[in-house]
Design a protein around this ligand. Sequence first.
Ligand code: ARG
Length: 466
Amino acid sequence: MTSKNTSEKPWGGRFHHTTNNSVEKFTESVSFDYRLYRHDIMGSIAHTRMLMKVGVLEEDESNTIIQGLEAIHKEIEAGDFQWKMELEDVHMNIESALVQKVGDVGKKLHTGRSRNDQVATDLRLYLRDEIDQIRGSLQKLMGAICNLAESEAQTIMPGFTHLQVAQPVTFGHHLMAWFEMLKRDDERMVDCRKRVNSLPLGAAALAGTSYPLDREYTAELLGFERIAQNSMDAVSDRDFVIEFCSAASIIMMHLSRFSEELILWINPMFGFIDIDDAYCTGSSIMPQKKNPDIPELVRGKSARVFGDLMAMLTLMKAQPLAYNRDNQEDKIALFDVIDTLHGSLEIYAGMIPEITVNRDAMLNAASQGYATATDLADYLVKAGMAFRDAHDAVGKTVSYAIENGKALSELTLDELGEFCPNLNEDIYQYLELNGSVNARDIIGGTAPAQVRNAIASGREYLKGIQ
Ligand code: ARG
Protein backbone atom coordinates (compact mmCIF):
# COMPACT_ATOMS: atom_id res chain seq x y z
CA MET A 1 0.00 0.00 0.00
CA THR A 2 1.50 3.31 -1.05
CA SER A 3 -0.02 6.77 -1.12
CA LYS A 4 1.21 10.32 -1.60
CA ASN A 5 2.69 11.74 1.55
CA THR A 6 6.09 13.28 2.01
CA SER A 7 5.85 15.17 5.25
CA GLU A 8 5.82 12.62 8.08
CA LYS A 9 9.35 11.26 8.15
CA PRO A 10 12.37 13.37 9.04
CA TRP A 11 14.00 12.15 5.83
CA GLY A 12 10.82 12.39 3.72
CA GLY A 13 11.73 15.48 1.64
CA ARG A 14 12.83 13.74 -1.56
CA PHE A 15 10.15 11.06 -1.41
CA HIS A 16 6.88 11.25 -3.29
CA HIS A 17 5.16 8.20 -1.81
CA THR A 18 4.81 7.00 1.75
CA THR A 19 6.65 3.94 2.82
CA ASN A 20 5.11 0.58 2.12
CA ASN A 21 3.70 -0.87 5.31
CA SER A 22 5.72 -4.04 5.19
CA VAL A 23 8.87 -2.01 4.54
CA GLU A 24 8.19 -0.02 7.70
CA LYS A 25 7.88 -3.22 9.66
CA PHE A 26 10.96 -4.70 8.08
CA THR A 27 13.23 -1.71 8.57
CA GLU A 28 12.16 -0.45 11.97
CA SER A 29 14.47 -0.87 14.93
CA VAL A 30 12.61 1.07 17.59
CA SER A 31 11.11 -2.14 18.93
CA PHE A 32 14.57 -3.00 20.26
CA ASP A 33 16.73 0.13 20.08
CA TYR A 34 14.37 2.11 22.32
CA ARG A 35 16.71 0.77 25.01
CA LEU A 36 19.20 3.40 23.95
CA TYR A 37 16.90 6.32 24.84
CA ARG A 38 18.78 7.48 27.92
CA HIS A 39 22.10 7.55 26.10
CA ASP A 40 20.54 9.01 22.98
CA ILE A 41 19.21 11.93 25.01
CA MET A 42 22.49 12.27 26.89
CA GLY A 43 24.35 12.46 23.56
CA SER A 44 21.86 14.98 22.15
CA ILE A 45 22.16 17.23 25.18
CA ALA A 46 25.96 17.23 24.93
CA HIS A 47 25.73 17.90 21.18
CA THR A 48 23.36 20.83 21.85
CA ARG A 49 25.66 22.33 24.48
CA MET A 50 28.57 22.05 22.11
CA LEU A 51 26.57 23.66 19.26
CA MET A 52 25.90 26.59 21.55
CA LYS A 53 29.53 26.85 22.61
CA VAL A 54 30.68 27.11 19.01
CA GLY A 55 27.97 29.63 18.14
CA VAL A 56 25.77 27.44 15.95
CA LEU A 57 22.90 27.70 18.45
CA GLU A 58 21.81 30.70 20.50
CA GLU A 59 21.68 30.23 24.25
CA ASP A 60 17.88 30.34 24.39
CA GLU A 61 17.63 27.84 21.53
CA SER A 62 19.99 25.49 23.31
CA ASN A 63 18.08 25.85 26.59
CA THR A 64 14.76 25.13 24.90
CA ILE A 65 16.12 22.02 23.19
CA ILE A 66 17.70 20.72 26.39
CA GLN A 67 14.51 21.30 28.41
CA GLY A 68 12.52 19.52 25.73
CA LEU A 69 14.90 16.55 25.75
CA GLU A 70 14.78 16.37 29.53
CA ALA A 71 10.99 16.39 29.48
CA ILE A 72 10.99 13.56 26.92
CA HIS A 73 13.39 11.64 29.12
CA LYS A 74 10.95 11.93 32.02
CA GLU A 75 8.03 10.86 29.87
CA ILE A 76 9.87 7.76 28.71
CA GLU A 77 10.89 6.85 32.26
CA ALA A 78 7.29 7.28 33.41
CA GLY A 79 6.05 5.05 30.59
CA ASP A 80 4.08 7.93 29.03
CA PHE A 81 5.97 8.10 25.77
CA GLN A 82 4.35 6.85 22.57
CA TRP A 83 6.94 4.96 20.50
CA LYS A 84 5.99 4.99 16.83
CA MET A 85 7.12 2.26 14.48
CA GLU A 86 6.69 4.54 11.48
CA LEU A 87 9.40 6.77 12.95
CA GLU A 88 11.78 3.87 12.53
CA ASP A 89 14.20 4.12 15.40
CA VAL A 90 14.87 5.59 18.81
CA HIS A 91 16.66 8.58 17.29
CA MET A 92 13.85 9.73 15.04
CA ASN A 93 11.20 9.03 17.67
CA ILE A 94 12.93 11.31 20.12
CA GLU A 95 13.78 14.00 17.57
CA SER A 96 10.23 14.11 16.30
CA ALA A 97 8.81 14.28 19.83
CA LEU A 98 11.19 17.16 20.47
CA VAL A 99 9.93 19.13 17.48
CA GLN A 100 6.37 18.48 18.58
CA LYS A 101 7.16 19.69 22.04
CA VAL A 102 9.34 22.74 21.43
CA GLY A 103 8.46 23.66 17.86
CA ASP A 104 10.77 24.53 14.97
CA VAL A 105 13.82 25.16 17.14
CA GLY A 106 13.87 21.39 17.77
CA LYS A 107 14.73 20.92 14.11
CA LYS A 108 18.13 22.51 14.78
CA LEU A 109 19.29 19.69 17.06
CA HIS A 110 20.49 17.53 14.21
CA THR A 111 22.86 20.20 12.87
CA GLY A 112 26.28 18.76 12.07
CA ARG A 113 25.15 15.28 13.02
CA SER A 114 23.90 12.16 11.28
CA ARG A 115 22.15 9.14 12.68
CA ASN A 116 25.29 7.30 11.67
CA ASP A 117 27.54 9.00 14.19
CA GLN A 118 24.60 9.34 16.59
CA VAL A 119 23.89 5.61 16.80
CA ALA A 120 27.57 4.79 17.15
CA THR A 121 27.79 7.28 20.02
CA ASP A 122 24.65 5.97 21.72
CA LEU A 123 25.87 2.41 21.50
CA ARG A 124 29.22 3.27 23.02
CA LEU A 125 27.66 5.25 25.86
CA TYR A 126 25.21 2.44 26.52
CA LEU A 127 27.80 -0.32 26.43
CA ARG A 128 30.15 1.63 28.67
CA ASP A 129 27.46 1.70 31.39
CA GLU A 130 26.60 -1.94 30.85
CA ILE A 131 30.25 -2.95 31.20
CA ASP A 132 30.32 -1.19 34.58
CA GLN A 133 27.18 -3.06 35.68
CA ILE A 134 28.54 -6.36 34.45
CA ARG A 135 31.79 -5.80 36.28
CA GLY A 136 29.76 -5.16 39.44
CA SER A 137 28.07 -8.55 39.14
CA LEU A 138 31.31 -10.25 38.23
CA GLN A 139 32.95 -8.84 41.33
CA LYS A 140 30.03 -9.88 43.49
CA LEU A 141 30.52 -13.43 42.25
CA MET A 142 34.27 -13.22 42.86
CA GLY A 143 33.60 -12.08 46.44
CA ALA A 144 31.21 -15.00 47.00
CA ILE A 145 33.86 -17.39 45.72
CA CYS A 146 36.44 -15.94 48.16
CA ASN A 147 34.01 -16.45 51.05
CA LEU A 148 33.33 -20.07 50.20
CA ALA A 149 37.03 -20.70 49.55
CA GLU A 150 37.84 -19.34 52.97
CA SER A 151 35.54 -21.74 54.79
CA GLU A 152 36.82 -24.61 52.62
CA ALA A 153 40.52 -23.70 52.66
CA GLN A 154 41.46 -27.04 54.21
CA THR A 155 38.67 -29.23 52.91
CA ILE A 156 40.25 -32.10 51.04
CA MET A 157 38.83 -33.27 47.76
CA PRO A 158 40.14 -35.19 44.81
CA GLY A 159 41.77 -33.08 42.12
CA PHE A 160 41.03 -34.50 38.69
CA THR A 161 42.72 -34.84 35.37
CA HIS A 162 40.77 -36.62 32.64
CA LEU A 163 38.00 -36.58 35.25
CA GLN A 164 39.93 -39.35 37.03
CA VAL A 165 41.20 -38.84 40.56
CA ALA A 166 44.70 -37.37 40.19
CA GLN A 167 46.02 -35.77 43.38
CA PRO A 168 44.33 -34.46 46.48
CA VAL A 169 43.62 -30.75 46.52
CA THR A 170 41.74 -28.45 48.84
CA PHE A 171 38.29 -27.32 47.82
CA GLY A 172 39.36 -23.77 48.59
CA HIS A 173 42.12 -24.15 46.01
CA HIS A 174 39.69 -25.45 43.43
CA LEU A 175 37.38 -22.50 44.09
CA MET A 176 40.20 -20.02 43.76
CA ALA A 177 40.94 -21.40 40.29
CA TRP A 178 37.51 -20.09 39.36
CA PHE A 179 38.42 -16.77 40.93
CA GLU A 180 41.51 -16.51 38.73
CA MET A 181 39.45 -17.06 35.58
CA LEU A 182 36.97 -14.38 36.61
CA LYS A 183 39.75 -11.98 37.47
CA ARG A 184 41.12 -12.27 33.94
CA ASP A 185 37.57 -11.74 32.71
CA ASP A 186 37.30 -8.58 34.73
CA GLU A 187 40.60 -7.34 33.33
CA ARG A 188 39.38 -8.09 29.81
CA MET A 189 36.30 -5.98 30.48
CA VAL A 190 38.45 -3.08 31.68
CA ASP A 191 40.53 -3.35 28.55
CA CYS A 192 37.51 -3.56 26.28
CA ARG A 193 35.98 -0.51 27.96
CA LYS A 194 38.98 1.59 26.92
CA ARG A 195 38.23 1.04 23.26
CA VAL A 196 34.50 1.50 23.79
CA ASN A 197 35.18 4.89 25.33
CA SER A 198 35.84 6.87 22.15
CA LEU A 199 33.62 9.58 20.65
CA PRO A 200 32.25 9.17 17.10
CA LEU A 201 30.17 12.42 17.06
CA GLY A 202 31.59 14.88 14.58
CA ALA A 203 32.00 12.17 11.96
CA ALA A 204 28.45 13.03 10.78
CA ALA A 205 27.31 10.74 7.94
CA LEU A 206 30.83 9.60 7.03
CA ALA A 207 33.05 12.47 5.98
CA GLY A 208 33.01 14.83 8.95
CA THR A 209 31.13 18.11 8.88
CA SER A 210 31.67 21.67 7.72
CA TYR A 211 30.34 23.10 10.99
CA PRO A 212 33.08 24.13 13.40
CA LEU A 213 32.19 21.46 15.97
CA ASP A 214 34.27 21.25 19.12
CA ARG A 215 34.63 17.50 19.39
CA GLU A 216 36.94 17.74 22.39
CA TYR A 217 34.22 19.54 24.29
CA THR A 218 31.53 16.97 23.39
CA ALA A 219 33.91 14.21 24.46
CA GLU A 220 34.53 15.94 27.76
CA LEU A 221 30.81 16.38 28.42
CA LEU A 222 30.16 12.70 27.75
CA GLY A 223 33.22 11.39 29.59
CA PHE A 224 34.84 9.91 26.49
CA GLU A 225 38.58 9.36 26.88
CA ARG A 226 39.32 9.94 23.23
CA ILE A 227 37.89 11.06 19.92
CA ALA A 228 37.58 8.76 16.93
CA GLN A 229 40.29 9.89 14.54
CA ASN A 230 38.76 8.96 11.21
CA SER A 231 35.19 9.84 10.37
CA MET A 232 34.66 6.86 8.06
CA ASP A 233 35.98 4.45 10.65
CA ALA A 234 34.00 6.21 13.38
CA VAL A 235 30.59 5.54 11.82
CA SER A 236 31.28 2.02 10.63
CA ASP A 237 33.46 0.53 13.36
CA ARG A 238 31.82 -2.15 15.46
CA ASP A 239 35.05 -3.74 16.72
CA PHE A 240 34.08 -2.63 20.18
CA VAL A 241 30.91 -4.70 20.02
CA ILE A 242 32.80 -7.72 18.73
CA GLU A 243 35.42 -7.30 21.41
CA PHE A 244 32.79 -7.09 24.10
CA CYS A 245 30.93 -10.15 22.75
CA SER A 246 34.20 -12.00 22.66
CA ALA A 247 35.11 -11.13 26.27
CA ALA A 248 31.52 -12.02 27.23
CA SER A 249 31.83 -15.36 25.44
CA ILE A 250 34.94 -16.17 27.45
CA ILE A 251 33.05 -15.40 30.66
CA MET A 252 30.15 -17.59 29.58
CA MET A 253 32.63 -20.34 28.69
CA HIS A 254 34.02 -20.07 32.22
CA LEU A 255 30.57 -20.10 33.76
CA SER A 256 29.75 -23.10 31.64
CA ARG A 257 32.77 -24.94 32.99
CA PHE A 258 31.71 -24.09 36.56
CA SER A 259 28.27 -25.30 35.72
CA GLU A 260 29.54 -28.62 34.47
CA GLU A 261 31.42 -29.18 37.73
CA LEU A 262 28.49 -28.15 39.91
CA ILE A 263 26.21 -30.47 37.96
CA LEU A 264 28.61 -33.36 38.51
CA TRP A 265 29.17 -32.59 42.17
CA ILE A 266 25.52 -32.25 43.04
CA ASN A 267 24.82 -35.63 41.48
CA PRO A 268 24.41 -38.13 44.36
CA MET A 269 27.02 -40.35 42.72
CA PHE A 270 29.53 -37.63 43.63
CA GLY A 271 27.52 -36.03 46.41
CA PHE A 272 30.19 -33.37 47.01
CA ILE A 273 27.81 -30.45 47.32
CA ASP A 274 24.20 -29.51 47.66
CA ILE A 275 22.56 -26.37 46.37
CA ASP A 276 19.73 -24.84 48.36
CA ASP A 277 16.20 -25.63 47.15
CA ALA A 278 15.77 -21.96 46.29
CA TYR A 279 18.25 -22.43 43.43
CA CYS A 280 17.06 -25.81 42.18
CA THR A 281 13.93 -27.03 40.46
CA GLY A 282 11.97 -30.27 40.43
CA SER A 283 10.58 -32.66 37.86
CA SER A 284 6.93 -32.63 36.86
CA ILE A 285 6.85 -36.42 36.72
CA MET A 286 9.57 -37.77 39.03
CA PRO A 287 8.81 -36.63 42.58
CA GLN A 288 12.24 -37.55 43.91
CA LYS A 289 14.15 -35.21 41.60
CA LYS A 290 16.00 -32.05 42.57
CA ASN A 291 17.64 -30.74 39.46
CA PRO A 292 20.53 -28.31 39.00
CA ASP A 293 18.65 -26.30 36.39
CA ILE A 294 20.50 -23.04 37.06
CA PRO A 295 23.94 -24.36 36.14
CA GLU A 296 22.40 -26.29 33.25
CA LEU A 297 20.74 -23.18 31.89
CA VAL A 298 23.90 -21.13 32.26
CA ARG A 299 25.78 -23.87 30.39
CA GLY A 300 23.04 -23.81 27.75
CA LYS A 301 22.91 -20.03 27.47
CA SER A 302 26.62 -19.89 26.71
CA ALA A 303 25.73 -21.39 23.31
CA ARG A 304 23.60 -18.38 22.39
CA VAL A 305 26.27 -15.90 23.46
CA PHE A 306 28.87 -17.67 21.30
CA GLY A 307 26.30 -17.52 18.49
CA ASP A 308 25.90 -13.76 18.97
CA LEU A 309 29.67 -13.34 18.70
CA MET A 310 29.61 -15.28 15.42
CA ALA A 311 26.67 -13.15 14.26
CA MET A 312 28.64 -9.96 14.93
CA LEU A 313 31.75 -11.20 13.13
CA THR A 314 29.66 -12.29 10.17
CA LEU A 315 27.71 -9.03 10.20
CA MET A 316 30.91 -7.04 9.76
CA LYS A 317 33.02 -9.29 7.56
CA ALA A 318 32.01 -8.08 4.12
CA GLN A 319 30.91 -4.53 4.78
CA PRO A 320 32.47 -1.84 2.64
CA LEU A 321 33.10 1.52 4.25
CA ALA A 322 31.35 3.40 5.68
CA TYR A 323 27.97 2.98 7.42
CA ASN A 324 25.60 0.33 6.05
CA ARG A 325 22.16 -0.47 7.35
CA ASP A 326 23.41 -3.97 8.16
CA ASN A 327 24.75 -2.40 11.33
CA GLN A 328 21.28 -1.97 12.72
CA GLU A 329 21.42 -5.72 13.45
CA ASP A 330 24.34 -5.24 15.84
CA LYS A 331 21.97 -4.26 18.63
CA ILE A 332 20.03 -7.51 18.55
CA ALA A 333 23.18 -9.52 19.18
CA LEU A 334 24.67 -7.05 21.63
CA PHE A 335 21.57 -6.69 23.79
CA ASP A 336 21.16 -10.45 23.92
CA VAL A 337 24.77 -10.88 25.06
CA ILE A 338 24.40 -8.19 27.72
CA ASP A 339 21.16 -9.63 29.10
CA THR A 340 22.34 -13.21 29.08
CA LEU A 341 25.72 -12.48 30.59
CA HIS A 342 24.39 -10.15 33.24
CA GLY A 343 21.59 -12.54 34.18
CA SER A 344 23.99 -15.49 34.42
CA LEU A 345 26.47 -13.61 36.59
CA GLU A 346 23.77 -12.35 38.93
CA ILE A 347 22.21 -15.76 39.41
CA TYR A 348 25.62 -17.29 40.02
CA ALA A 349 26.52 -14.63 42.57
CA GLY A 350 23.30 -15.48 44.39
CA MET A 351 23.73 -19.23 44.12
CA ILE A 352 27.33 -19.65 45.31
CA PRO A 353 26.52 -18.72 48.95
CA GLU A 354 23.72 -21.31 48.82
CA ILE A 355 26.13 -24.18 48.29
CA THR A 356 26.63 -26.58 51.17
CA VAL A 357 29.66 -28.80 51.13
CA ASN A 358 29.73 -32.48 52.00
CA ARG A 359 33.29 -32.65 53.29
CA ASP A 360 33.08 -36.36 54.12
CA ALA A 361 32.09 -37.26 50.58
CA MET A 362 34.95 -35.20 49.19
CA LEU A 363 37.45 -36.77 51.60
CA ASN A 364 36.15 -40.23 50.89
CA ALA A 365 36.49 -39.77 47.14
CA ALA A 366 40.01 -38.42 47.54
CA SER A 367 40.96 -41.45 49.66
CA GLN A 368 39.92 -43.88 46.99
CA GLY A 369 41.85 -43.02 43.92
CA TYR A 370 45.48 -43.63 45.03
CA ALA A 371 45.74 -39.86 44.92
CA THR A 372 49.02 -39.79 46.87
CA ALA A 373 50.93 -42.04 44.47
CA THR A 374 52.90 -39.02 43.19
CA ASP A 375 53.89 -38.23 46.78
CA LEU A 376 55.34 -41.71 47.15
CA ALA A 377 57.31 -41.26 43.91
CA ASP A 378 58.55 -37.84 45.06
CA TYR A 379 59.68 -39.38 48.35
CA LEU A 380 61.74 -41.99 46.48
CA VAL A 381 63.27 -39.31 44.24
CA LYS A 382 64.27 -37.28 47.28
CA ALA A 383 65.95 -40.46 48.61
CA GLY A 384 68.05 -40.63 45.42
CA MET A 385 66.04 -42.61 42.86
CA ALA A 386 65.56 -41.30 39.29
CA PHE A 387 62.02 -40.07 38.72
CA ARG A 388 61.23 -42.56 35.92
CA ASP A 389 62.36 -45.49 38.13
CA ALA A 390 60.33 -44.12 41.00
CA HIS A 391 57.30 -43.80 38.70
CA ASP A 392 57.66 -47.44 37.70
CA ALA A 393 58.12 -48.66 41.30
CA VAL A 394 55.06 -46.76 42.49
CA GLY A 395 53.03 -48.04 39.53
CA LYS A 396 53.77 -51.57 40.65
CA THR A 397 52.90 -50.67 44.25
CA VAL A 398 49.53 -49.24 43.16
CA SER A 399 48.80 -52.34 41.10
CA TYR A 400 49.56 -54.51 44.18
CA ALA A 401 47.36 -52.31 46.37
CA ILE A 402 44.45 -52.55 43.91
CA GLU A 403 44.77 -56.34 43.78
CA ASN A 404 44.68 -56.47 47.57
CA GLY A 405 41.91 -53.93 47.99
CA LYS A 406 44.02 -51.58 50.11
CA ALA A 407 44.76 -47.87 50.08
CA LEU A 408 48.45 -46.92 49.80
CA SER A 409 48.50 -45.78 53.42
CA GLU A 410 47.15 -49.20 54.46
CA LEU A 411 50.13 -51.09 53.05
CA THR A 412 52.70 -52.18 55.62
CA LEU A 413 56.28 -50.98 55.39
CA ASP A 414 57.24 -54.52 54.28
CA GLU A 415 54.63 -54.55 51.54
CA LEU A 416 55.77 -51.14 50.34
CA GLY A 417 59.40 -52.27 50.57
CA GLU A 418 58.73 -55.01 48.00
CA PHE A 419 58.61 -52.36 45.30
CA CYS A 420 60.10 -49.26 46.85
CA PRO A 421 63.49 -49.48 48.56
CA ASN A 422 64.76 -47.11 51.26
CA LEU A 423 61.45 -46.28 52.92
CA ASN A 424 61.13 -45.17 56.52
CA GLU A 425 58.13 -44.90 58.85
CA ASP A 426 57.86 -41.24 57.91
CA ILE A 427 56.53 -42.24 54.49
CA TYR A 428 53.04 -42.53 56.01
CA GLN A 429 52.82 -38.81 56.59
CA TYR A 430 53.23 -38.33 52.82
CA LEU A 431 50.78 -41.04 51.87
CA GLU A 432 48.13 -39.48 53.98
CA LEU A 433 45.97 -36.86 52.21
CA ASN A 434 46.64 -33.97 54.60
CA GLY A 435 50.37 -34.48 54.33
CA SER A 436 50.17 -34.50 50.55
CA VAL A 437 48.17 -31.28 50.45
CA ASN A 438 50.27 -29.49 53.07
CA ALA A 439 53.45 -30.40 51.19
CA ARG A 440 52.36 -28.32 48.18
CA ASP A 441 53.21 -25.15 49.97
CA ILE A 442 54.46 -23.22 46.98
CA ILE A 443 53.00 -20.06 45.42
CA GLY A 444 49.96 -21.23 43.48
CA GLY A 445 49.93 -24.60 45.26
CA THR A 446 47.05 -26.30 47.06
CA ALA A 447 48.34 -26.11 50.68
CA PRO A 448 45.78 -24.33 52.89
CA ALA A 449 48.36 -21.64 53.74
CA GLN A 450 48.70 -20.84 50.03
CA VAL A 451 44.95 -20.88 49.54
CA ARG A 452 44.61 -18.30 52.31
CA ASN A 453 47.24 -16.14 50.61
CA ALA A 454 45.36 -16.43 47.34
CA ILE A 455 42.12 -15.40 49.05
CA ALA A 456 43.84 -12.42 50.67
CA SER A 457 45.24 -11.18 47.38
CA GLY A 458 41.91 -11.84 45.68
CA ARG A 459 40.21 -9.65 48.23
CA GLU A 460 42.90 -7.00 47.73
CA TYR A 461 42.09 -7.01 44.04
CA LEU A 462 38.38 -6.57 44.74
CA LYS A 463 39.05 -3.78 47.23
CA GLY A 464 41.39 -2.02 44.79
CA ILE A 465 38.76 -1.73 42.09
CA GLN A 466 35.97 -0.37 44.25
N1 ARG B 1 18.58 2.57 13.22
C1 ARG B 1 19.82 2.78 12.56
C2 ARG B 1 20.87 1.78 13.10
O1 ARG B 1 20.64 1.22 14.10
C3 ARG B 1 20.30 4.17 12.80
C4 ARG B 1 21.20 4.70 11.74
C5 ARG B 1 20.46 4.88 10.48
N2 ARG B 1 21.27 5.45 9.48
C6 ARG B 1 20.91 5.44 8.19
N3 ARG B 1 21.75 5.97 7.38
N4 ARG B 1 19.81 4.87 7.78
O2 ARG B 1 21.91 1.58 12.53
